[in-house]
Design a protein around this ligand. Structure first.
Ligand SMILES: Nc1nc2c(ncn2[C@@H]2O[C@H](COP(=O)(O)OP(=O)(O)O)[C@@H](O)[C@H]2O)c(=O)[nH]1
Ligand SMILES: [Mg+2]
Length: 530
């Protein structure tokens, strides 16, 4: 919240919007709005329709009394004995209290008295003992208070109106002459003639101080002389300010509206994303699916399966299996057949990057379509499609390299167990063959046991062992393939998940980073509409 008032707050938001528009390449639009922020910002005083006036003057001149007289009731305590221990006080029209609250907080004014006088409804009067003093905090008044309020009314009394120190101070305020007002109080202590003389003298001295046409009131807070006139003058100043403020506010609002229109924001609708969330999600998923056709996790999985089978056979597979695999290896077949890493790294051979990029480009073009034609080209530039290709290529390269380096199939307990079992099966087969050969050579001279098998009837023992060994071997081979397939598939899923995450992050942070920037700028611009 700005202690300078609501217009200042809105102006600050418009300034932010101007910077936001510049950041996305809308220079001319930003420049037009900046001209308005400068013009509106040059106006001095409280940034709002409220007319804020502070009472100033030495202790005992009658600031509190004048405020009470203006109000027509006791607002501020009047002290006959000095020094007083006044606390800062504000007298504000009830409907305007919120508007001026940040300023009062900043000024540490805790005592707020509201009123419902219709003639002074747009006026806030501050009774600030701090600025009584003619020494000390002068600069503070000029530098910090004057820019935030509309007027300072100096109250003097017939005894002290020509105090040289006060005049020296007023001379420093001459630049702000149009926002100074002077009240010569306690006129009841003078005859009418004396009052005229003192007023003329004071006016002449003010002119000499560099305040050409001083607004000067001669009043008596106690008797009420001149108070009506002071009140109506204040009301008139407040009214004039309302008109000026309304014009400034209209200019500001118009500038904000034009800026918003240039990024496709209608004041009635407020901020809406260029690309609806679900549409954007769909395009991101499409880009990920495109990346998956290049990375091909399923293909990698099949390679892993082949590699696992090969390792298992080498590690503990059947004798026959070992011999076959060794043969393959010697002629280089295995390398070609199962190298998941090489397969993964060759992602470029499986298609063009367009499969990933096109959905991203489509997203950006769709987003740009939501802004008016005059700014579309520049918004499209800000959305930043050009670098996406290089970036995504590098991202896919990094991702596949990372996956390839960690692509060792897990060492599994299953292999040695299956391997040992296969040795047993092989031994059984060899044993049965030897037995059969022996029987054959012996020509029936050796008796042989039979095992009874249902349906088939009695079968000679060696034959049964042979068949059993072969069946066991086949079963083990089948189990091995099942296991290898499982390992391949689960590794494929892991690769797929991780790569999809990487690609999503790349698409969102690289490919759609420009969109994020533009949306952030649009949100800032939309905020200036409030
Ligand atoms: N005779 C006379 N005395 C006044 C007038 N206004 C204020 N006083 C007296 O001046 C003293 C200081 O008044 P006060 O309003 O507290 O001054 P402040 O310190 O500037 O707020 C009090 O004793 C008031 O009664 C006035 O118009 N005529
Ligand atoms: Mg006082």
């Amino acid at each position: 919240m700005s202690e300078g008032g609501p217009l200042d707050e809105r102006l600050a938001r418009l300034r932010d919007a101007v910077e936001a528009a510049r950041s996305i390449g809308l220079e001319p639009e930003a420049a037009a709005a900046r001209t308005v922020t400068r013009r509106v910002g040059r106006r001095a005083g409280f940034g709002g329709e409220l007319y804020v006036m502070a009472l100033a003057g030495g202790t005992g001149v009658g600031k509190s009394s004048v405020l009470n007289a203006l109000a027509g009731e006791t607002v501020s305590e009047v002290r006959a004995v000095r020094p007083t221990t006044d606390r800062p006080l504000a007298w504000v029209g009830g409907t305007r209290r919120d508007e001026v609250a940040p300023l009062l907080e900043w000024l540490k004014v805790e005592q707020v008295v509201t009123h419902d006088r219709p003639d002074l409804g747009d006026i806030a009067v501050l009774d600030l003992p701090d600025i009584d003093s003619v020494r000390g905090e002068h600069r503070a008044l000029v530098d910090t208070l004057l820019p935030r309020i509309d007027a300072v009314t100096w109250i003097v009394d017939p005894e002290k109106y020509d105090d040289e120190r006060v005049h020296a101070y007023w001379r420093t305020l001459a630049l702000h002459a149009d926002r100074l007002r002077f009240v010569l109080n306690k006129s009841d202590r003078l005859t009418e003639e004396e009052a005229h003389l003192v007023a003329d003298d004071l006016r002449a001295r003010l002119v000499a101080d560099g305040i050409p046409r001083p607004a000067l009131h001669v009043v008596s807070a106690i008797r009420g002389d001149g108070i009506d006139r002071l009140r109506s003058d204040l009301a008139e100043a407040a009214h004039a300010k309302v008109i000026v403020s309304a014009k400034l506010e209209a200019d500001r609002a118009e500038a904000a509206k034009e800026l918003a229109a240039s990024v496709g924001i209608e004041p009635e609708d407020g901020y809406q994303p260029l690309l609806r969330h679900d549409r954007r999600e769909a395009l991101v998923r499409e880009a990920i699916a495109g990346a998956m056709t290049l990375v091909d996790p399923d293909g990698v999985g099949r390679q892993v399966r082949a590699q696992v089978l090969h390792r298992a056979r080498m590690g503990g597979g059947s004798f026959v299996g070992r011999v076959t695999q060794l043969g393959w290896r010697l002629i280089g077949g295995q390398r070609r057949n199962a190298d998941p890493s090489a397969y993964l790294l060759a992602w470029r051979t499986r298609g063009a990057l367009g499969r990933v990029l096109n959905p991203v480009r489509a997203a950006l073009v769709e987003a740009a379509a939501a802004v008016p034609a005059e700014s579309r080209g520049r918004i499209l530039d800000a959305l930043g499609a050009p670098s996406a290709e290089r970036d995504l290529d590098a991202v896919l390269d990094r991702a596949t390299q990372a996956e390839a380096s960690g692509l060792e199939p897990p060492e599994s307990l299953v292999w040695p167990v299956l391997g040992a079992a296969q040795v047993v099966a092989g031994a059984l087969v060899l044993f049965a063959v030897a037995w059969l050969v022996t029987l054959f050579v012996a020509g029936g001279s050796i008796p042989v046991d039979s095992v009874g098998v249902p349906i088939l009837g009695p079968i000679p023992m060696p034959l049964a062992v042979l068949v059993g060994g072969l069946l066991l071997g086949a079963l083990l081979t089948w189990l091995l393939q099942l296991h290898a397939g499982y390992v391949g598939r689960s590794m494929a899923r892991e690769i797929e998940e991780r790569t999809a995450d990487t690609v999503r992050a790349a698409v969102v942070t690289d490919g759609l980073a420009g969109l994020e920037r533009v949306e952030a700028a649009r949100r800032t611009i939309a905020a200036a509409l409030d």
